[in-house]
Design a protein around this ligand. Structure first.
Ligand code: IMP
Length: 190
């Protein structure tokens, strides 16, 4: 995609924007806030891919730009893949309430395997899109371990790093993360 000079990211998250800049080096990365849009785009899809597309398409069409969006969450085998696309809204409370509920739901479960999944979408101004997907596998710990990261990180033992994401540095996590893998997958397809 030689015409790709600038990408607007459908997120205000600085960590995400930095990760995207590292993978798409040579491309100007701009946040949607820099275009003057700070609203919430409703995530009404049933899959990570649907939600990434909804967000990217909204920004691409509204501002006539190439837009990139991601959607991600935690999928737990013993819970049939839940909380999945509802990861942020699992308990109806915040991150801590989500983690507490996860531990309660897993009481007595023999299988604690889980993975984080990310879908990313690059949408062109005409609405056509390219997708990338990535996963990172691990297990749900019995108690919170470490204070790094966000969301479910301190409950997630990474098979790749052989430690909790809560005790991993940002560099360590970014090297194996679902989002990094999804962005690399997308980059390869362009
Ligand atoms: P979003 O795709 O950034 O909106 O993330 C959705 C939700 O999934 C977050 O609120 C977290 O609960 C969870 N999640 C996604 N990625 C991660 C991660 O790398 N670590 C911990 N939790 C995550």
């Amino acid at each position: 995609m030689n015409e790709l000079r600038k990408i607007v990211v459908a997120s205000g998250n600085k960590n995400k924007i930095r990760e995207i800049s590292e993978i798409f080096n040579g491309v100007e990365i701009v946040s949607m806030q820099e275009l003057g849009f700070d609203g919430d785009i409703p995530e009404t899809g049933e899959t990570f891919k649907d939600n990434a597309y909804i967000k990217a398409k909204f920004i691409a069409e509204r501002f006539n730009v190439y837009a990139l969006a991601d959607d991600s969450g935690l999928c737990v085998t013993a819970l049939g893949g839940a909380p999945g696309v509802y990861s942020a809204r699992f308990s109806g409370g915040g991150d801590k309430a989500n983690r507490d509920l996860l531990l309660i739901r897993l009481e007595g479960a023999a299988d604690r395997s889980a993975y984080f999944e990310s879908a990313v979408c690059l949408c062109r101004p005409d609405g056509t899109a390219v997708f990338g997907e990535g996963r990172t596998h691990g297990k749900i710990l019995y108690e919170e371990t470490g204070e790094n990261g966000f969301g479910y990180d301190c409950l997630f033992y990474s098979d790749d790093l052989e430690k909790s994401f809560g005790t991993a540095t940002a560099e360590e996590k970014n090297g194996v993360s679902h989002r990094f893998r999804a962005l690399s997958d997308l980059r390869r397809k362009l």
